[in-house]
Write a protein that binds this ligand. Structure first.
Ligand SMILES: *Cc1c(COP(=O)(O)O)cnc(C)c1O
Length: 397
């Protein structure tokens, strides 16, 4: 690289460090779980409680899933060396699509390499400049990028502000109106008001798209997601989700919805047409995860109980905790440098909970996002509360 460009990038990096916005990556040496091993220094392993994984049901290291994936490696091979429409569709890819459709109660499903890909694929393939999108201000980055890629007009309504959404819908003359929201907002842990949103989508004849990445598997009575939680299963038209969180946590994503939409996506979605088919072991592992999720009532109860315990504990210690009723429990510290220091001291005391700051959240909105797993025990969380209390008084926040 020529010296001047190298300099430009180095200055940018210095600036990021200066502002306390540098993201460090810890090296984990164990598999993902409630308690993990992390390298501290070059070769010292530290046992630490993990409070920031999307491992909601604790399936990331599940024996049955691992076994299913191993068998798949033996029977179906390592890779597909093709996109889906050339020679990348195995029977298990179709089986996973079928199972997801029936679990989410939608007509059909299409797989992607990630939910990020699913969200960047969706809008461009099914909307034109005659159409209009109405999206919550706090939707996930991948939805924002996906909407940027399509020619439809865009309306961004204030976070969960139904009056704002209604005003914008009522003024629209677009051919297709499409409301877009996260089911559970990943940074704040609150849920979209799908009961009210679905009334508006009916009133104004708009399609409703929900990204349920932080809900599929554990929100709602049988874990189907926010459409089940709000009892609006048939009012949500399209669901995008990930296999990288509760469903075993490997990777991959999907879009489920009306069969015409899914068929159009198979014909036109660029990340589907031009990117490799999912690895068979991931497909088989995710199929097993879905099966386990369908019998995970106890795990879901445990997850709710532990989330409540954790949240109430933090509140009684005087932490500024975001409202919401999900296992995502953000502790607001506002300042990125304070958040970094808080996280560092938690780490030293045996708790892994990273800080989130700009550009992952808005400037001045830095936080420690904690996430509970069904694997966490009351004992572990009690210990963690003591550590949070200790660090809080050390830093005087
Ligand atoms: C995690 C997440 C994604 C991205 O999922 P991947 O499968 O990891 O690409 C998309 N949307 C939301 C709301 C998420 O939380």
């Amino acid at each position: 690289m020529v010296y001047t460009s190298k300099n430009i990038y180095q200055n940018q990096l210095n600036d990021i460090v200066e502002k306390g916005l540098y993201k460090n990556e810890w090296k984990i040496t164990s598999s993902q779980s409630a308690q993990i091993k992390v390298l501290e220094g070059s070769n010292v392993e530290k046992d630490i409680l993990n409070l920031c994984a999307n491992n909601y049901l604790g399936l990331s290291n599940n024996e049955e899933i691992i076994e299913a994936a191993k068998n798949s490696l033996t029977e179906k091979g390592f890779g597909m060396s093709s996109v889906r429409f050339i020679c990348g569709t195995q029977d298990i890819h179709k089986e996973l699509e079928f199972k997801l459709s029936s679990f989410l109660e939608k007509e059909d499903t299409i797989l992607f390499a990630s939910a990020f890909d699913a969200n960047t694929a969706l809008f461009e393939a099914i909307l034109t400049e005659e159409d209009e999108l109405f999206s919550d201000k706090l939707v996930h980055a991948s939805l924002i990028d996906g909407m940027r890629l399509c020619k439809a007009k865009k309306q961004i309504y204030n976070h969960s502000d139904m009056a704002d959404l209604e005003k914008r819908l009522s003024e629209s003359t677009a051919r297709i109106k499409m409301i877009v929201t996260d089911g559970v907002f990943s940074m704040d842990g609150d849920m979209a008001k799908l009961d009210e949103i679905s009334l508006l989508s009916e009133k104004y004849n708009a399609m409703l798209v929900v990204d349920d990445c932080h809900a599929t598997g554990f929100i709602g009575e049988s874990g189907k997601g926010t459409h089940e939680y709000f009892n609006v299963k048939d009012k949500v038209d399209i669901i995008t989700t990930t296999f990288g969180k509760a469903l075993g946590g490997s990777m991959g994503g999907s879009i489920s919805g009306p069969k015409e939409v899914i068929e159009i996506l198979r014909q036109k979605a660029r990340p589907y047409l031009f990117s490799n088919a999912l690895m068979p072991a991931i497909v088989s592992g995710t199929l097993k995860a879905l099966e386990l999720v369908e019998n995970a009532n106890e795990k879901r109860k445990q997850l709710i109980a532990m989330s409540d315990y954790w949240k109430n504990g933090l509140v009684s210690l005087g932490f500024d905790v975001k409202e919401g009723s999900t296992p995502i429990i953000p502790i607001m510290l506002y300042e990125s440098k304070v958040t970094q220091e808080f996280s560092k001291r938690l780490f030293e005391n045996g708790v892994y909970a990273v800080g989130f700051f700009y550009p992952v959240v808005a400037e001045g909105e830095a936080r420690i996002r904690t996430q509970i797993s069904a694997l966490h025990t009351k004992n572990q969380l009690e210990q963690a509360l003591k550590i949070f209390q200790k660090v809080k008084s050390e830093l005087g926040v």
